[in-house]
Design a protein around this ligand. Structure first.
Ligand code: COA
Length: 396
């Protein structure tokens, strides 16, 4: 294993390199570190934190991930012992934190970063040193050319303070909102002929989604994707998508009003995602449970800058139910034409009897307006809220 340059406290640090707290050494990831981290970190308080923690994983090249682990080696206050060992009789080394940087194939201009430190080791400079070390670790990879992106619980908590102190600035906010069954009343009820329930493989759906996704992610541009790639990444069974509906209105004087609905423009769309443990329609097939778990995390973790870039096994946590959305239909829904009435009509028809959970970012103007009006009316609730921050230079 390559010894890391930052494993030599308390000798004076190289200028610009943060000093490590005494007794702490940094090293590369080893098998078993995921379990060690799970033991020392508190339970994740939000789906966003669960998703971010999934980044603390074995380094690899596909996706490109680099990870650094901090451990305390008892009795090594004057410096680390031999690589991977504590001095004789001093007891085992204890993992106390980690940092990771990972590529983000769906949003390739920036890489995800996440740092986490055991509560009792916080406030001593370890988080700063871990971030510095993981960036150094990625220096010889394509990650070094990318901006950085982190996601933290909203509300100016410690995660946000830390990110800001390290030069990150807010890019957008995300809310996961539960809309109560019936909250949108009769909207769209007199225009049921404008509603089209459709297969998630539909080209019209994929086109609408692709156009919307590009627009609402302008601040963190999406990778160029073919329609097939868009469908595979976001709308396929493997992505957890279960069903879809389109709003395709025709003007009263439109000669196409009575013609095939497939020829009308799509003005709003919604895709439903399966939740973990939701066996409806799939007969409890283990494959579909895997897909469901990922789908559940898909919306909770963020359609904008989604962690769905990572592999399916990262999504074994019931992210949506962690947010309090169990029993609801999880939707990704968007307005294609910017008309809130069409989106309201579509959502109303999909939430007659079941509440729905929707993710909106501050970049989604029409969707945010619809959600805000329901929050004001008391017929929706915010289940989770987080902030995405970015730093576009790695030398802060
Ligand atoms: C965020 C976290 C990694 C910080 O770890 P840490 O070892 O305590 O951080 P450091 O001691 O290196 O602090 C670096 C800077 O962050 C800021 N910071 C850290 N803790 C803070 C707190 N409780 N309140 C306000 N600012 C804080 C300070 O500006 C600090 O710089 P300073 O010491 O020069 O004032 C740790 O609190 C944690 O694991 N939190 C949960 C996970 C998380 O939110 N991670 C951030 C995602 S990138």
């Amino acid at each position: 294993m390559t010894p890391m340059t930052s494993t030599t406290p308390p000798t004076p640090p190289v200028p610009g390199e943060p000093a490590l707290p005494a007794g702490v050494v940094l090293r590369e990831w080893r098998s078993g570190d995921d379990r060690a981290l799970a033991e020392i970190l508190p339970d994740a308080a939000s789906p966003a934190q669960l998703a971010a923690r999934a980044l603390l994983r074995e380094p690899g090249d596909s996706p490109l991930v680099r990870t650094v682990v901090a451990e305390v080696r008892p009795g090594s206050a004057s410096g680390p012992g031999s690589e991977g060992e504590s001095p004789a009789g001093a007891g085992p080394a204890v993992v106390v934190g980690a940092a990771a940087i990972a590529e983000s194939p769906a949003h390739p201009q920036r890489a995800w970063v996440h740092v986490e430190v055991a509560p009792e080791e916080r406030g001593r400079g370890l988080g700063r040193a871990l971030l510095h070390a993981v960036l150094a670790q990625a220096q010889d990879t394509e990650l070094s050319e990318l901006g950085l992106r982190a996601r933290v619980p909203a509300g100016e908590g410690v995660g946000e303070s830390f990110a800001r102190a390290l030069g990150f600035a807010e890019l957008y906010g995300t809310r996961i909102v539960r809309i109560d069954a019936g909250a949108l009343g009769q909207a769209g009820a007199d225009a049921l002929e404008d509603l089209q329930v459709i297969d998630t493989g539909s080209v019209a759906l994929t086109r609408a989604f692709a156009e919307w996704y590009e627009r609402v992610n302008a601040a963190d541009p999406a990778a160029e994707m073919t329609l097939g790639q868009v469908n595979m990444r976001f709308l396929s069974e493997a992505a957890g998508a279960r069903g879809a509906a389109l709003w395709r209105p025709a003007e009263a004087d439109d000669p196409m009003r009575d013609t095939d609905i497939n020829r009308r423009p799509v003005t709003a769309f919604a895709v439903s995602f399966a939740q973990e443990g939701d066996s409806a329609g799939e007969g409890g097939d283990p494959e579909s449970v895997g897909g469901s778990a990922r789908g559940g995390a898909h919306a909770a973790a963020g359609v904008a800058g989604t962690f769905a870039d990572l592999s399916a096994e990262d999504w074994t946590t019931p992210a949506l139910s962690a947010a309090g959305g169990e029993g609801a239909t999880e939707l990704t829904a968007g307005s294609v034409n910017g008309d809130p009435q069409d989106l309201r009509a579509l959502l109303a028809r999909l939430s007659v009897e079941t509440s729905v959970v929707l993710e909106v970012t501050s970049q989604m103007e029409t969707e945010s307006a619809v959600v805000d009006s329901l929050l004001d009316a008391g017929s929706a609730a915010v289940l989770a809220e987080y902030t995405t921050l970015v730093r576009d230079s790695q030398d802060a």
